[in-house]
Write a protein of this length. Structure first.
Length: 88
């Protein structure tokens, strides 16, 4: 995983909540983590990552707070811990 992907991953888990995340960068991060992305209609994407599934909306210029929280839960459910697995 390159440095850009690591920055996006750590941005998803930043406190306070980071809304300034590029949806395309998040999509590339998920692909790099091994996720399968399938269009779900209306700009939503069905994400399957190591058995964990969720549907998120990645079509806007930045991610909404609830989308960031859903992605955090999905990545955590898949067993990925940014600090442990992908330190900056």
């Amino acid at each position: 995983m390159n440095h850009r992907h690591r920055k996006v991953l750590h941005g998803l888990f930043a406190h306070p909540l980071n809304h300034n995340l590029d949806p395309k960068a998040v999509e590339h991060l998920l692909t790099e983590l091994g996720a399968e992305l399938h269009p779900a209609g209306s700009g939503a994407v069905r994400v399957t990552l190591k058995g964990a599934q969720d549907s998120v909306h990645l079509g806007e210029h930045s991610l909404a707070g609830d989308q960031v929280m859903r992605l955090r839960k999905l990545i955590t459910a898949a067993g990925v811990e940014p600090e442990r697995d992908y330190p900056l």
